[in-house]
Design a protein around this ligand. Sequence first.
Ligand SMILES: *Cc1c(COP(=O)(O)O)cnc(C)c1O
Length: 353
Amino acid sequence: MSLVLNVDGPRWRDHLSAVAAANPGIVPVAKGNGYGFTLGRLARKTRWIRDRGHEVGALAAGTYDEVPELEQRWDGDLLVLTPWRPWVPLQNRNLIHTVSRLEDLERLLALEPRARFVLERMTSMRRHGMSASELWAAGELLRKHPGARAEGLALHMPLAAGGHYGEVERLVNDYVGASVPGERAATIWVSHLTTGELGRLRQEYADFTVRPRIGTALWLGDRGALRVTATVLDVHPIDRGEPYGYRGRSAPRSGHLLVVSGGTAHGIGLEAPVGDHSLRSRANSIARGGMDAAGFVRSPYTVGGKVRLFAEPPHMQASMLFLPTGAPVPSVGDAVDVRVRHTATTFDEVVID
Ligand SMILES: *Cc1c(COP(=O)(O)O)cnc(C)c1O
């Protein structure tokens, strides 16, 4: 009776295998809600990918808070994507930290000279990272610390569409110029490059190991293997003018009210223009196809082959849909399809066949 992520196991695993085969040294990214699968499951699947004989460079956690859950199920290298800052404790010797400021590198070396780390270079994303001159200063500092364990350059590119290769080349050249010492320093950790760009990078920098960090395209790359369903919890006929819902609104048309599982606690409907009933916002919503003339907002639920309207804003764990007269009426217990943003949805259950 819940919001369920249904996974076609064989098809999903085939896809994971294919992505890993096409990206040797892959660094699966497991962060947030685990792309809807949970962090633990992604850690276990990363082990499965490795056990299938694919080379896995490391598993990447988004934040330090995610490390304990991933570590329980993954025994290989673990990279943390959020840059290390001086207030982050260093008890875990095996983590690979991301260092994005020169002052953090100085501090890290002072606190834990044997810490493993990658140096992040700022990209056109402008989120975190060192400038070219900071990177050169880092190289100089590291040449004075022969025991330091630099594990390469980290670049976080904007979303893949191609067209970033020139920038990548320039940033890698900055790193080459910085002459960072270390057995594993000749490594490039990078996200969001196309397969072609990755191939070109491997060719052009043949002395470097390339580690592609991949989340969405790995876990969610074959949407056909995934189906999200909710359960019909109740069905009520309603006549035009009859009141319903939290605000006692009267039905603008006759039909059925459908109560289905999935609400704001799951992340359902949070993108809908909830609560804003000004004429202007309504006109905008109608123009975008998000709201009908009676003020109903489009829901992510499909019933009887059609996307249905919310009868009112989603509740915490259930939603009310409006089915107009003439639409096929499902039964209590039936499953209906829901379109969700996987990274922003909390599923009650993940079922892998
Ligand atoms: C989230 C993240 C990734 C993975 O991004 P996807 O689009 O899910 O593949 C890679 N690198 C960094 C630094 C990230 O934060």
